[in-house]
Structure formats: structure tokens, C-alpha cells
Design a protein around this ligand. Structure first.
Ligand code: BGC
Length: 740
């Protein structure tokens, strides 16, 4: 009996144990070690039609549902691209008033591009990815790589300049850095969103050559080299279809040709049509109301084009579930890559590392445009008093500009940065406003420091001049300010000129004190009628939390400037190709890119129009001498590589970094080509007196252009020239070779 009982108990225990195992056996989709595609198929099988449709559109301003029943988490997005945006209410744009969402504001992407240093892009991506992860966002709405077509685009500050090669090289490490944190980068705005005016409907007519050679390469690199997990459709139209549901851009190019396996997310309100969004490549709808951008209702999410309207079509059998499944697969893939990834760090927020990263990137990106007689850096031994003048020395710049606006944990203004640095050497700093531009105390739902000033324009000018006269140095800090028409989303600038009478003020200041440095905060080129009067000019971008301290390091020479321009500064607006040809802003319906492939320096070079400051230009406090350029072959066959090498020496008195640029010129081709194109660059650090040899490999694709007659990239036999320079107009060495 005892024996029987024991046996029975043993069997029972075994049964119980095995049924427990059966019950707790991890489903494949939850099995972190299972291949991701198996997890996707398993999850898909378990989902109802309603759950699938719910997953492909928003449920709040920035979030879309997972499947709570299956333990699949929600997707939380955040702008991007310069820091993690403050929390807003569930269904409102107003900030939710959290006390723990003040982020690190990193420099604007123009500054990052101006570093010409992929390591900085990697550091940027890693750091902002950590901030996103810490705030539990699994999709970062950035980076932006729309090409800088003209100096009026209100969002140029969020992008990486005018050159597709530079933007490609910088975007890839940014994405990889972000995604290391299991946060998806959502590269935006795909594609041809090069103006804010009429952005929600303008139809862009562009040649295939310009599309492939200028406007798409950075997106292609983001997808194929960066491995971006998400991409954002743009607002504008191409071939009369909105970019967010565009057969050519999304199905043909992105998904078929580039084999993108991530999620296409609409820009907020960029969806206009259920049929096209189902069939033309969109995977996830965000931010629309029921009628595009024109009207809103609270919690209208069920009315989205990809919500109940789609569900009804599926239920009635008018739409095939296969297409829905393909969208859901992509969303699940993103979730398994991020929220449900096998390993996931916790991220960090406004850490010392992030402060340092923000500062280093800013210091590397600030561009010394002009420095006559080496007047900068400020020599503290000969300086007793500095007059800082200009509104941008005190104005908060982390706020504003539209969706990239940030609630920063801290922001060091230029004035504070200069004061703190000057105090170390007991140099006195006085401040004068000089002009009053924008004083609103509220911006983007946030209170900004009150900078009201009731003095008359004349009084402000006189007070500034008086301060200038009695100082050893004048540092004017002006530029644009991320308000409407001054570098801001949703509208373009109306002119290239500085606003609020700054030109006049600068001319008066330099008359009062010739030792004047003009510091410009902007994300765009500005005209400089006073360029010949002013000895020193610095472009300092919008540099985020560390703006002031980074600027002071450069002005005082603690850091040797090493940034170079990622876009051309024309002398006048009409020197820009699009403007010269009347190819902006279009007729409210269409805009035709008549300048075609001649964007930025390609236009200036080919049309022999001297820029004010060229693409790739930037000075240092030391000098670099370029030695003789050597080439390992004088002739190559199709598909063959060759190498060129050039010694570069620091012949000045202090350590510095030089950005050595390689351009290629095709002497003769069956289709017009630009005078030259950037195809390589290298940023090298050199001690005083040190020499390094920079080697570049010329890959076959660097010789190609897009032949729209064949729909293919081709390199035509003949003579090519390799040009090595310090900017697009400062070519130091040339050598040629033949492609056979
Ligand atoms: C912008 C996007 C942004 C989105 C969400 C849109 O207006 O164009 O860049 O990510 O809003 O804030």
C-alpha cells in the first residue's frame, strides 16, 4: 500500500510538473533567443484583425499601441533630433508639466555636420540614444537629412548641409549610435522636403538625376549602411502623390530597391488617403486628424486613415489581410529590435558624459569664418574689458524652431560662457543689448527667460556704441533665433539678411571699436554686408545646453577651431541656384528644381559665382601646409580602385585639426556634371610641427553619375581629376588619371 501510494504520488508529481512546463513554455515571440523572423510570425499568428489594425496607427500624440493581452509593449516616439522632447499630454500638444523630463540639448545637426567628424556623429547618436532609452522612448524622430537647397528653408538647422556625400557619412554613425541603445532612429523627412513654405501639399518636380545624385543618397546610406529601423515620410508630394504614401519613393525605391525592412512612419498629419496609405508603402500613421491637417477632434485616432476606415475594408473583404500583415510584421520587427530585444541597457539622462559630448561636438563644429591678422583668440594678457553685445548672447535657443524645441535641463548662454571664462583671468565683461528682436516670454508652450527691454532703438544703439568704445574687445552675438521666419519649422525665412537692424549695428560697432568679433547663431547662411569691415567672424550654430561654454573655449583659444561649413554662404540670395532660376517657392502647387544637380557649391563652382564663404571653409588658429599629392596608378579599368596620398603638416605654433577634402572632376561626360564633387574627407589632428599622410581610396562608385537615360549609375571612360583642398574653393593639389 505504502509502495502504491508512493508510485501514485510520483506519477502525479510528474504529471503536475509536466503540465506546469507546458503552461509556462515561452511562446516563440517571447523567446529572446529565437530568430527575430520566427518571433514575428509567431506573434502575428496570435493577433486578431483588430489588434493588427490598432498597431499601425497612433493612439495618442506620440504613442501607438502594442498588444497588452500578449505582453507586447507600446511604441513611444519622441522628437528628435537634438534632444528628447518634453512630455506632452496624451491627446494635446501642451506640455504635461513633468518635473523629470528636462533633457540634455545637443547641438543642432548643422553643427554636427560642420565637425566633419564621423566619430562625433557616433558620439552624438550614442548619447541621444541613451537619453531616449532612459525616457522609455523606443523611436527617436531623427536624424534629418534633407538637403540644404537654399538658405531660406526654415528647417535647415535640423539637417546636415548641402552635400549628399557629407550627409551620408555623418548620418550613418549617428543612426548606429542611437540604435546601439535598442532605440530606433527614424530618419526624416523622406523625401524632397526642402522648403517649409507650402510643405504640406507642394508637389516637387525634380529630375531623376537630381533625385538620385543629390536628394536620395543620405537616405540610402541611412538605410543600407546605417541600418535605420524606421523612416519618416515627408509632407510634400512627389509625382502628385504625398510622400507618406508614395508608390515611387516608398514601394519602388525604399522597399524594393534598397530592401528597407523597417517601418515607414508618416510625418504628423502627412497622411491624406486610405487607399494610397494601404497600398503605397506606409506602415504606421501618426499625427493625422480625420482630414489631413485641416481639422481636429479630440481622440480622433479611430478615424485615422489606417484605423477604422481600413478595418472596415478588411472586414468586408475589400482589402487583403496580406498587406496588413506586411505592415504589422515591420512594426513587430521594430518592437523586437527595441522594446523586446534580448538585451537592453537602461540609458542615462543629462549625465556628465552627455554634457561632455554636447560640449565636444559644439566645440568641434563651431566655424571660424574670418580672422584677419589673427586677431582671435582673445589674448587675456592684453584684455581688461570685453563688451558683449547682441540679443543672442542672452536669449534661450534650446526652445523654439518647432518640433525640435527642447525643455533643456540647462543652457549656458554665450554671455554666461564668456563671463565664466573671462573671470578666470579677471577680465571684466559688460553687456549691452544693441537691438531688440524677440521678447515673447512664451514659446512652444514654455516660459523663456524674460528679456524685455523698453529702450528705444536709438538708445539701444547708442548704449552699445558707448560700451564698445570703452572695451578692449567687442564680441557681437547675433544671428537668427528660431522664431517664425528666423529658422523655424512651418515657415521659411523671407530674406537672407539679418533681422532687427543687426547689419547697421555691426557696422557702427566696428567703427567704434575695430577689434570686433561677430558671432552668428543660425542654421542658415546669412548675408554679411559688413564682411570687409569686421576682422573676425564666427558661425556658432544652435549649440544646445553647452552653447556658451563651447563658444567661449573657441573665442579664448582653449580649443582650436576645426569646424568647416557644411553648406555655402552666397554673397547674395540671388547667387543661390534655386533662387537665381526662380525655382523657389513654386506656384503654391508645384515647385520645379530647375537648378537640377547644381545644388550648393556645385552651382557656385560650375557657374563661376564666388561664394562669400565656401562649402568646406573654416579656419584654425594654426596653419596647415599640403605637400605633394601622389597617386598609385595613372590608369585604371572599370571597377578598379586606386589610392592617392598627401602629406599635411601643421606649420603653426599650436595643435589643431584639419579637414582634408577630396573632390573629383570628370573632364568630359555625355551628360553635364558639376565642376567637381566631394568624394572623400578626413579630419586629422596634428601637433605643432607634426606631419601626417592622408590616404584616400578612390572607389569605382566615386566616379559615377546617375544616367537617367539608362536608369543606372555609370562611370564613363576618360580623364578624371582628383582635387585635394581645404575647402571647395581652396584646392591645394591636383592629379589626374584615366579610366579605361
Ligand atoms: C515634424 C516632424 C516631427 C513631428 C512630430 C512634424 O510636424 O515635421 O519632424 O517629428 O512633427 O513632432
Amino acid at each position: 500500500m505504502k509502495h502504491l501510494l508512493k508510485n501514485w504520488m510520483g506519477a502525479g508529481m510528474l504529471l503536475l510538473a509536466s503540465s506546469l512546463v507546458a503552461q509556462t513554455k515561452t511562446p516563440v515571440y517571447q523567446n529572446l533567443n529565437a530568430p527575430i523572423e520566427d518571433r514575428i510570425e509567431d506573434a502575428l499568428l496570435r493577433m486578431t484583425l483588430e489588434e493588427k489594425v490598432a498597431m499601425i496607427h497612433a493612439q495618442s500624440k506620440f504613442c501607438s499601441p502594442g498588444v497588452a493581452r500578449l505582453g507586447i509593449p507600446e511604441n513611444w516616439t519622441s522628437d528628435g533630433p537634438h534632444g528628447i522632447r518634453a512630455e506632452v499630454f496624451w491627446d494635446e500638444w501642451d506640455q504635461a508639466g513633468w518635473t523629470n523630463d528636462s533633457c540634455m540639448a545637443f547641438p543642432a545637426l548643422t553643427c554636427l555636420a560642420a565637425t566633419w567628424n564621423p566619430e562625433m556623429a557616433s558620439l552624438y547618436g550614442k548619447s541621444i540614444g541613451e537619453e531616449a532609452r532612459y525616457r522609455n522612448k523606443n523611436i527617436l524622430l531623427g536624424p534629418g537629412v534633407n538637403i540644404y537647397r537654399l538658405p531660406l528653408n526654415g528647417r535647415n538647422f535640423e539637417y546636415m548641409g548641402e552635400d549628399p556625400y557629407l550627409a551620408s557619412k555623418m548620418v550613418v554613425p549617428y543612426i548606429q549610435g542611437v540604435q546601439k541603445n535598442h532605440v530606433a532612429a527614424c530618419v526624416k523627412h523622406y523625401a524632397l522636403n526642402n522648403q517649409e513654405l507650402d510643405r504640406d501639399h507642394i508637389n516637387v518636380n525634380v529630375s531623376d538625376r537630381a533625385l538620385y545624385e543629390i536628394y536620395l543618397p543620405a537616405f540610402k546610406a541611412a538605410v543600407q549602411e546605417g541600418g535605420a529601423w524606421a523612416i519618416m515620410g515627408a509632407y510634400n508630394q512627389y509625382k502628385n502623390q504625398h510622400s507618406c504614401h508614395n508608390q515611387y519613393l516608398l514601394n519602388d525605391i525604399l522597399k524594393r530597391d534598397w530592401k528597407f525592412d523597417g517601418v515607414v512612419i508618416s510625418d504628423w498629419g502627412g497622411v491624406h488617403n486610405t487607399n494610397e496609405s494601404i497600398h503605397n508603402g506606409l506602415d504606421m500613421e501618426f499625427g493625422s486628424w480625420t482630414n489631413g491637417l485641416t481639422w481636429s477632434a479630440s481622440n480622433a485616432y479611430d478615424n485615422y486613415y489606417l484605423a477604422v476606415p481600413y478595418l472596415n475594408l478588411l472586414r468586408s473583404g475589400k482589402e487583403d489581410v496580406k498587406i496588413l500583415d506586411e505592415k504589422v510584421r515591420r512594426v513587430l520587427r521594430l518592437i523586437f529590435r527595441t522594446n523586446m530585444a534580448p538585451t537592453r541597457s537602461f540609458g542615462s539622462f543629462v549625465s556628465d558624459e552627455h554634457r561632455l559630448a554636447g560640449r565636444t561636438i559644439a566645440e568641434e563644429g563651431i566655424v571660424l569664418l574670418q580672422n584677419k591678422n589673427n586677431v582671435l583668440p582673445v589674448d587675456v594678457n592684453k584684455t581688461r574689458k570685453i563688451a558683449v553685445i547682441g540679443e543672442n548672447a542672452i536669449k534661450m535657443m534650446t526652445i523654439g524652431g518647432g518640433s525640435s524645441s527642447l525643455k533643456a535641463k540647462y543652457e549656458t548662454s554665450p554671455l554666461k560662457g564668456i563671463q565664466d571664462r573671462a573671470a578666470k583671468n579677471n577680465v571684466e565683461v559688460v553687456y549691452e543689448r544693441g537691438y531688440v528682436g524677440e521678447t515673447s516670454a512664451q514659446q512652444d508652450g514654455m516660459s523663456v527667460a524674460d528679456i524685455k527691454d523698453d529702450r528705444s532703438a536709438e538708445q539701444l544703439l547708442n548704449d552699445a556704441i558707448n560700451a564698445a568704445k570703452t572695451a578692449d574687445w567687442v564680441i557681437f552675438v547675433g544671428g537668427l533665433n528660431k522664431h517664425e521666419f528666423q529658422d523655424s519649422e512651418g515657415n521659411d525665412r523671407k530674406t537672407m539678411d539679418l533681422p532687427y537692424g543687426q547689419d547697421k549695428l555691426i557696422s557702427e560697432l566696428v567703427k567704434a571699436n575695430p577689434k570686433t568679433a561677430v558671432v552668428i547663431l543660425s542654421g542658415n547662411a546669412v548675408s554679411m554686408p559688413w564682411v570687409n569691415q569686421v576682422p573676425a567672424i564666427v558661425e556658432t550654430w544652435y549649440n544646445g545646453s553647452e552653447a556658451g561654454s563651447a563658444l567661449a573655449s573657441i573665442l579664448f583659444g582653449d580649443v582650436n577651431p576645426s569646424g568647416k561649413l557644411p553648406f555655402s554662404f552666397p554673397v547674395n540670395l540671388k547667387d543661390n541656384g534655386a533662387i537665381a532660376l526662380g525655382a523657389y517657392p513654386g506656384d503654391n502647387k508645384n515647385v520645379t528644381y530647375s537648378e537640377d544637380i547644381l545644388v550648393g557649391y556645385r552651382w557656385h563652382d560650375t557657374k563661376k559665382i564666388k561664394p562669400l564663404f565656401a562649402f568646406g571653409h573654416g579656419l584654425s588658429y594654426t596653419q596647415f601646409a599640403y605637400g605633394k599629392l601622389s597617386i598609385n596608378k595613372k590608369a585604371i579599368a572599370q571597377g578598379e580602385k586606386l589610392t592617392v596620398a598627401i602629406p599635411v603638416k601643421n606649420i603653426g605654433q599650436r595643435a589643431g585639426a584639419e579637414i582634408v577634402q577630396l573632390y573629383i572632376r570628370d573632364e568630359k561626360s555625355s551628360l553635364p556634371r558639376p565642376e567637381k564633387e566631394l568624394k572623400g574627407f578626413s579630419k586629422i589632428n596634428l601637433q605643432a610641427g607634426e606631419e601626417k599622410t592622408v590616404t584616400f581610396t578612390i572607389e569605382p562608385e566615386m566616379l559615377q553619375f546617375y544616367d537617367d537615360r539608362q536608369g543606372a549609375w555609370v562611370a564613363e571612360p576618360g580623364k578624371f581629376e582628383v582635387l585635394i583642398g581645404a575647402s571647395a574653393v581652396d584646392i591645394r593639389q591636383k592629379v589626374d588619371f584615366n579610366l579605361q
